[in-house]
Design a protein around this ligand. Structure first.
Ligand SMILES: *Cc1c(COP(=O)(O)O)cnc(C)c1O
Length: 379
């Protein structure tokens, strides 16, 4: 077995990160205040255009604050895409609210607008209007922007846009992170840029941004002593992490290019292998950041080779791959909450695999992956 492991998604530093961290040390701002935070926020705001950004210590914290800013309280109902990482849904429970999970549509693998509307109508017929819709851009692919917005507006329900995986993606030229009433990014170690751990909340007003920062820094009222009129959180990003983020913003576009090249490698690798489809966006309106390259395997066309056969074959050569996100309505912790839709998300989970897509993937790594794939599929 090869000794060095090929990981699913590894961080890649641009080069200036340590310089910005050093600035924090030199100015002795080793705290969740200071210029790295201001610069990182300004860089993100410039990147997005006209929006307001507050950086936090995780994407999960950003989703939690987003729900709070959208008014979610104990006893409320929140709609959430089922096929996603658990961090999209956990904050609903932090607030004491109840999730309703929704199936995916097959084109982007994100929130199905038909099942979404069905869930809202059914909920309203029982006298409950859902408070928020959490829509996710899975693997960097934008959800059906217009269709989801149309449903949300019909019933006047705000959208919390989980763009944790989609910094660098856009739809019709508009950047992901700017479609929701509130949006979030994640800078966790596996994401397209990383601050080791971190996140951001994106709002369309300076007032909401300031409210997010207020809540993220223990909700301290304006007084000489410690005075609190609201429940606060310790969710702000540190200047050290923001220094990494400043450096990473300089290489974001480069990372998107690297990820695209990895996607192209897989398209080429699987092009003559029957039953294996590399995910492609539905049309040219969708611009993905290619965060992770993913495939679907139809084992009726591969002599019984499943995504699990391929995953194990790769693992035997010390290459990491992962099944697609297991839908929330199938998770032990969430399976008793309502679910609307059919089995699109479940089928994607059964047949889908995420392949190594780290920005530091080398030609030698690609060669190792190719050998395993061609041997398994007898090419
Ligand atoms: C990574 C991720 C999150 C959570 O972000 P953290 O920074 O890890 O807390 C939320 N939603 C999705 C879809 C993610 O992929």
């Amino acid at each position: 077995m090869q000794t060095n492991k090929i990981w699913l998604s590894t961080p890649r530093m641009g080069g200036n990160e340590q310089k910005y961290i050093q600035e924090a040390f030199d100015s002795n701002w080793i705290a969740p205040v200071g210029s790295n935070i201001d610069y990182f926020e300004q860089n993100l705001e410039k990147y997005l255009g006209s929006h307001h950004v507050a950086v936090l210590n995780s994407g999960t914290a950003a989703i939690h604050l987003g729900l709070i800013l959208l008014g979610v309280q104990a006893g409320d109902t929140v709609i959430c895409q089922s096929m996603t990482f658990s961090a999209s849904a956990n904050p609903i429970l932090y607030q004491g609210a109840t999730p309703i999970f929704i199936d995916s549509e097959p084109e982007t693998w994100n929130l199905c607008p038909i099942a979404l509307e069905e869930a809202i109508v059914d909920s309203m017929s029982k006298g409950v209007t859902p408070k928020v819709i959490i829509a996710v851009h899975l693997y960097g692919t934008p959800y059906k922007i217009e269709a989801i917005r149309a449903v949300a507006d019909t019933y006047s329900i705000p959208i919390l846009e989980d763009s944790a995986e989609a910094l660098g993606s856009s739809y019709k030229g508009q950047k992901c992170g700017t479609f929701g009433d509130i949006a979030v990014f994640s800078f966790n170690g596996s994401k397209i840029i990383t601050t080791s751990g971190g996140g951001a909340i994106i709002t369309n007003s300076a007032t909401l941004k300031n409210k997010a920062i207020f809540l993220a820094t223990q909700a301290k009222d304006d007084a000489p002593h410690y005075q609190h009129s609201e429940i606060g959180y310790n969710y702000r990003m540190s200047t050290i992490c923001a220094g990494i983020g400043r450096g990473q913003m300089e290489v974001l576009d480069h990372h998107v290019g690297l990820k695209k090249a990895i996607h192209d490698f897989y398209v080429e690798l699987f092009k003559d292998i029957k039953g294996v489809t590399v995910f492609e966006v539905p049309n040219a309106n969708y611009e993905t950041n290619y965060w992770l390259s993913t495939i679907l395997i139809d084992s009726t066309e591969t002599d019984g080779i499943t995504r699990e056969t391929l995953r194990v074959a790769l693992a035997e050569e010390n290459i990491e791959s992962r099944p697609l996100w297991k839908p929330m309505h199938l998770q032990p912790v969430f399976c008793n909450y309502p679910y609307y839709g059919s089995s699109i998300a479940a089928t994607l989970f059964d047949n889908g695999l995420c392949l190594p897509s780290g920005c530091s993937l080398t030609q030698a790594d690609c060669d190792r992956i190719r050998v395993v794939v061609l041997k398994l599929f007898k090419k």
